[in-house]
Design a binder for this molecule. Structure first.
Ligand SMILES: Cc1cc2nc3c(=O)[nH]c(=O)nc-3n(C[C@H](O)[C@H](O)[C@H](O)COP(=O)(O)OP(=O)(O)OC[C@H]3O[C@@H](n4cnc5c(N)ncnc54)[C@H](O)[C@@H]3O)c2cc1C
Length: 383
């Protein structure tokens, strides 16, 4: 058997949670080893919106300005009906202390984070297969035949976390809708600072301007889970389904290279009752994957990373730090998972008449209400 490498802290997964956590720990003088399953980091994915709470969390790491410059700060968010008429709107850069959300290509964000983690702390092509507890250490075995022993494991290995599956029975819930994402040139007269989400019947479409004069879009449609028909959908199929949406929806889809369109069925993780398991802790999607309806999955992963590093510096016993993390995070993240789940049901109403009534109802709500809801989520402070 190959000799196992050794480390004090092992982070499983080099996604947004894992890399942000590595940076946060590094800034506290802790060099954690990051084991990432993918052979290399590729600029995968489309865009992502980092709400003000994530930007405030990045402020603690001194990364907020850099990310704001690399991405596109958003001033407005609007919900539209499929004819393009406003249902509700919020000026996002006047919420709280005025920190704007930032829309950014995932590849750009990943690169900003990667550049800040010491390169000898990252192992690519290390996909964890098994995690065994041996006295006071963990032995993690990887697909490539290697093994690492670690005193502490921070599991940031995403919604299908192998670490979580080792310690807890958990359940992924299919949302009832499937999603396509892409990035196209912004060659239409769309104001660059406005993000929109259009509510139809059993479908939604989002347009989000990101850096480099590009538009990140997402198309969501009710569908059975794992549908072969949806998997085989072409760009033209998506265009056809959204042809009855306002301009420039169809045009933007048509401008997207078909090979760059990403398809995913949308799941979340039914809230679990524990994140800390002795010297192992779950963070990010591994702990609390949410549907994307509030755009908060990565934002919460970023909050996790900053709070976990803070807990680690406050406790000399790491298992206590992990428990403290669990206590500080659980209520907030579960609130978001549950709210996002409900918002998805409302946004994806199947019945035409009900979808029409929903739009009328949301139009009649006082604008302060939406603002208040945004404001609550947008707050982030280390206490
Ligand atoms: C359609 C859609 C739109 C979204 N939009 C937004 C948005 O606008 N804003 C927002 O905040 N969030 C958004 N999210 C959610 C966001 O993408 C996730 O919450 C976020 O990526 C979670 O980060 P993570 O690092 O926890 O997990 P992941 O991003 O899943 O990263 C996990 C990492 O672990 C690696 N890994 C997996 N298994 C192993 C293993 N066994 N061993 C080693 N490595 C492993 C993976 O390769 C990956 O690099 C969206 C999600 C979807 C599906």
């Amino acid at each position: 058997m190959m000799n196992a490498r050794q480390t004090t802290f092992l982070i499983l997964g080099g996604g947004i949670a894992g890399l942000t956590c590595a940076i946060a720990l590094q800034q506290k003088g802790i060099d954690a080893m990051v084991a990432e399953g993918a052979g290399e980091f590729r600029p995968a994915g489309a865009g992502i919106t980092l709400a003000a709470n994530a930007m405030k969390a990045y402020r603690y790491l001194g990364l907020d300005e850099l990310i704001t410059q690399a991405g596109n700060p958003l001033e407005y968010f609007e919900v539209l009906d499929r004819k393009g008429k406003t249902i509700s709107a919020v000026q996002t850069n006047t919420l709280g202390d005025g920190t704007p959300p930032v829309a950014i290509h995932r590849g750009t964000l990943h690169q900003v984070l990667l550049d800040r983690v010491k390169s000898d702390c990252i192992l690519n092509g290390f996909r964890a297969k098994t995690i065994e507890q041996q006295e006071n250490r963990y032995r993690v075995s990887f697909d490539n035949g290697e093994a690492i022993t670690a005193e502490y494991v921070i599991a940031a290995d995403g919604i299908r976390s192998i670490a979580r599956n080792t310690v807890l029975p958990s359940m992924l819930r299919y949302s009832g809708y499937t999603c396509w994402r892409g990035v196209a040139e912004n060659d239409v007269a769309l104001p660059l600072t406005k993000a929109t989400e259009t509510w139809g019947t059993a479908s939604r479409f989002g347009l989000v301007p990101i850096e480099g004069n590009k538009i990140y879009w997402f198309a969501v449609k009710n569908a059975p889970c794992g549908s072969e028909r949806m998997k085989a959908y072409t760009r033209e199929d998506i265009q056809r389904d959204f042809a009855h949406y306002h301009a420039p929806v169809e045009h933007i889809i048509s401008q997207t290279p078909p090979e760059d369109i990403i398809h995913s069925d949308i799941y979340d993780l039914k809230p679990i009752s524990q994140f800390a398991f002795g010297n192992m802790v779950l963070i990010g999607d591994a702990a609390h994957a949410t549907t994307p309806n509030m755009g908060q999955g990565a934002c919460q992963a970023i909050e996790d990373a900053v709070i976990l590093a803070d807990c680690i510096t406050r406790h000399s016993v790491i298992a206590e730090a992990f428990k403290d993390f669990e206590q500080r995070r659980m209520k907030r993240v579960h609130g978001i998972v549950n709210r996002s789940w409900t918002m998805g049901k409302v946004g994806q109403l199947q019945n035409n008449a009900l979808a029409g009534m929903r739009n009328v109802l949301f139009r009649s709500l006082p604008s302060g209400l939406m603002r208040k809801q945004f404001e609550e989520v947008s707050e982030f402070k280390l206490n």
